[in-house]
Design a protein around this ligand. Structure first.
Ligand SMILES: [Fe+2]
Ligand SMILES: [Fe+2]
Length: 177
């Protein structure tokens, strides 16, 4: 719960800075992990029951499904109809190439909220989140990939795709200057 509240208010503050509706950001933060309490078997069963597509990575690490299931429950249990909020919840764990602003805000808030345990270069990433959102996404995905590799955890290919997209984006920006 502390993490959820941390994400909600961090998302709202990112919304202030980057010009997004803080109420929507707050709501996406409040609900983003609403399916996290399910165990692996329940994640798989409920996804199948509600026709939520399960990727190979999700089959191997069903907890990844809490993002898609979270969007589903936000719509069905909490009556959220705003697609922006649902989309942000849906991709909050892996990100995706070309995220829109609400997706970026939730993805970054989930990583930088103040209750997070010590993470490498977190101070730098927290600053970037407010000054250069895309650069913070590059660094978050870079560190997430390194962490998953080190711990030999299942890598959702979408995390790698998100990283590749933001690496390209930042590199092309550098070339333009
Ligand atoms: Fe999550
Ligand atoms: Fe979270």
């Amino acid at each position: 719960m502390e993490h959820t509240i941390g994400v909600a208010y961090t998302a709202a503050s990112l919304a202030f800075v980057h010009g997004y509706d803080p109420h929507k950001a707050l709501l996406s933060g409040m609900l983003h992990d609403c399916a996290k309490y399910l165990d692996d078997a329940q994640m798989l069963t409920l996804s199948k029951k509600h026709a939520i597509p399960v990727s190979e990575a999700e089959e191997m690490a069903p907890s990844l499904l809490h993002a898609k299931l979270g969007a589903f429950f936000a719509a069905t249990e909490y009556d959220v109809t705003d697609e922006e909020i649902l989309d942000a919840i849906r991709c909050h764990t892996t990100g995706r190439p070309g995220m829109n602003l609400p997706e970026k805000i939730l993805f970054v808030a989930d990583y930088i909220e103040p209750n997070r345990k010590e993470l490498p270069r977190i101070d730098e990433i927290r600053k970037e989140a407010y000054t250069d959102l895309d650069l913070s996404i590059l660094h978050i995905t870079e560190d997430t990939l390194a962490y998953l590799k080190e711990k030999a955890k299942t890598l959702d290919p979408q995390t790698a795709e998100t990283h590749a997209y933001y690496r390209e984006l930042i590199a092309s920006r550098g070339a333009a200057h």
